[in-house]
Design a protein around this ligand. Structure first.
Ligand code: 5AD
Ligand code: SF4
Length: 439
C-alpha cells in the first residue's frame, strides 16, 4: 500500500467553516489523504477562509506567502484556498498568488476530489460555482469512526436578508434548507459514532424550512424530531435572526427537554435609526419584546448576541441606544465588532464614522458586555449545572466540559470520560471558566 498523502487544513471564521473543513477532509480522505497538524508534513495545504470582517483577503494573501519556502522545498505540495474568500475573490487569488493550485468556493467543495486530481496533474483548478446538485448528497457517506461528544451539523445555508454590511448573501448565496430526512440520518450516524450534543448550523438557522414528510418543516419541527433520537442528549442551534423567531421555536425552548437554554440572537445595534439603515427590518423595541417572550418560555435562558459599532452615520446618541439595549438584555456572551467595509455591500458607499471614535465605542461596549458576562458567570457559583464532559483539561486529572448554558466547567479528581453527562456543583468562577465538583 502506498503511504497516505497528508492534508493540512486551517480553518478561519465561523462554526460552519469548522463543519465544512470536516467535510472537505472527509472528501479528500477518499483520495487517500489523512490529516496532519503540521504544514511542513503536508502534501496539500488548504486554507478554509472567512470573509466576514476586516481585511480578510489580505490576511489570506500574507498567510499564503508564508508557504513559499515549503513549496520551493517540495514542488509536489499543492496549495488550495477554500471558503468565503475563495468565493469572493475567485481567479484573482491565482493571479495574485501563483503558489495557489486550487480555489474552491463553499458551495462546490464536494467537487474537491476532481479538483485535487486536476491540481495533481499540474493544472490550475478553480470552482466557485453555485452548482445545481446538492453537495451534501454527493458527500453523504460519512466515515463511521468514533468521534468526540459534540458535533456541528449544517441544516441551512445562505441568507436572503441582505443586511447592508454583510457579505454572506453574496459568498454563501441564497437561503437553502436541507431536507429533514437527510439531516436526521446524519444526526443518527453522528450519535452512533459517540456524539451526544449536536449544534445545528445555518447563517439564518431559524429560517429553516426543509422538506419534511408533510410539507416544509420549521426549525422547531426538526428539533422535535431530533429530540426523539436515543443517545442524543443535547440540541443547540446558531445563528438566528430575530424576525424568524417563530412561536413554535419560542415554545420549544420551554418544553423540549433536549433543547439547551442558550440562544444566540444577534441584534447588531440598539438604535432604530441605525437598524433601519442596516436593513435589519426589526426595531430595538420589537427585539426586546421578543426576548421577554423567550424568557417567559424559558426563564433561565442565557442570551448571546452580535453587535456592530461605528456603522456608517452612527452617532453617539445611536451608540448610547445600543448600550441601553445591552443593559436591558444582559447577555451571557456577546460578540462586538467594529464596522468594516465589505466592498460590494450597500453600506460600503456611505459616510464612515471616524475610526478612533469607533474604537472608543467598541471599548466601551465591550467593557459593559464583559461586566454582565462576569456577573452572570459568577452567579453560577453554588448552583448545580449539568455538564457534558468533552476532553481532559490542562492540569493532570482534570476534565473540561460545557454546562447547559455553554459555560466551560473544569472538574478535577473525578473518574470521568469524554461523553459523560453529570450534575456538577459550581464552586468557583475563573477568568473564562467555572470549576466544580461532581455530585
Ligand atoms: N463589519 C463588522 N462586523 C460585521 N459582521 C458582519 N459583517 C460585518 C462587517 N462588515 C458581524 C455581525 C454578524 C457577525 C457574524 O459578524 O455582527 O452578526
Ligand atoms: Fe448577514 Fe446575518 Fe444579515 Fe444574513 S441576517 S445578511 S448572514 S448579518
Amino acid at each position: 500500500m502506498s503511504e497516505p498523502k497528508k492534508l493540512y487544513i486551517k480553518t478561519y471564521g465561523c462554526q460552519m467553516n469548522v463543519y465544512d473543513s470536516e467535510r472537505m477532509s472527509e472528501a479528500l480522505g477518499g483520495q487517500g489523504y489523512v490529516e496532519t497538524q503540521s504544514p511542513e508534513d503536508a502534501d496539500m495545504i488548504l486554507l478554509n477562509t472567512c470573509h466576514i470582517r476586516e481585511k480578510a483577503a489580505e490576511k489570506v494573501y500574507s498567510e499564503l506567502g508564508r508557504f513559499k519556502g515549503l513549496k520551493a522545498e517540495k514542488p509536489d505540495l499543492k496549495i488550495g484556498v477554500a471558503g468565503c474568500v475563495a468565493q469572493a475573490e475567485g481567479e484573482e487569488i491565482m493571479r495574485r498568488q501563483p503558489l495557489v493550485d486550487l480555489v474552491v468556493g463553499p458551495q462546490s467543495y464536494h467537487r474537491l476530489p476532481e479538483l485535487e486530481a486536476k491540481a495533481r496533474a499540474g493544472e490550475k483548478a478553480l470552482d466557485t460555482e453555485f452548482p445545481e446538485e446538492d453537495k451534501f448528497e454527493k458527500l453523504k457517506n460519512r466515515p463511521k469512526a468514533k468521534r468526540g461528544p459534540t458535533a456541528f451539523l449544517t441544516v441551512q445555508e445562505g441568507c436572503d436578508k441582505f443586511c447592508a454590511f454583510c457579505v454572506v448573501p453574496y459568498t454563501r448565496g441564497a437561503e437553502v434548507s436541507r431536507p429533514a430526512d437527510r439531516i436526521l440520518r446524519e444526526a443518527q450516524e453522528l450519535v452512533e459514532r459517540g456524539v451526544r450534543e449536536i449544534t445545528l448550523l445555518g447563517q439564518n438557522v431559524n429560517a429553516y424550512h426543509g422538506a419534511g414528510p408533510d410539507g416544509d418543516m420549521t426549525l422547531a419541527g426538526l428539533i422535535w424530531e431530533l429530540n426523539k433520537i436515543d443517545g442524543l442528549e443535547r440540541i443547540r442551534f446558531t445563528t438566528s435572526h430575530p424576525n424568524d423567531m417563530t412561536d413554535d421555536l419560542i415554545e420549544a425552548h420551554g418544553t423540549c427537554e433536549k433543547l439547551m437554554p442558550y440562544l444566540h440572537l444577534p441584534v447588531q445595534s440598539g438604535s432604530d435609526r441605525i437598524l433601519k439603515r442596516m436593513n435589519r427590518s426589526h426595531t430595538a423595541e420589537s427585539y426586546l419584546r421578543l426576548i421577554e417572550r423567550i424568557r417567559e418560555a424559558r426563564p433561565d435562558i442565557l442570551m448571546s448576541g452580535d453587535f456592530i459599532v461605528g456603522f456608517p452615520e452612527e452617532t453617539e446618541e445611536d451608540f448610547q441606544a445600543t448600550l441601553d439595549l445591552v443593559e436591558q438584555v444582559r447577555y451571557g456572551y456577546a460578540y462586538s465588532f467594529k464596522y468594516s467595509t465589505r466592498p460590494g455591500t450597500p453600506a460600503a458607499e456611505r459616510p464612515q464614522v471616524d475610526p478612533q471614535e469607533a474604537d472608543d465605542r467598541l471599548q466601551r461596549l465591550q467593557a459593559l458586555i464583559t461586566r454582565h458576562q462576569r456577573e452572570i458567570q459568577d452567579a453560577m457559583v453554588g448552583r448545580t449545572v449539568r455538564v457534558l464532559f468533552e476532553k481532559p483539561g490542562r492540569l493532570a486529572g482534570q476534565m473540561v466540559g460545557k454546562s447547559e448554558y455553554l459555560h466551560a466547567v473544569h472538574v478535577s479528581g473525578a473518574d470521568l470520560s469524554a461523553g459523560d453527562l453529570r450534575n456538577v456543583r459550581i464552586t468557583a468562577s475563573g477568568a473564562n471558566s467555572l470549576a466544580g465538583e461532581v455530585l
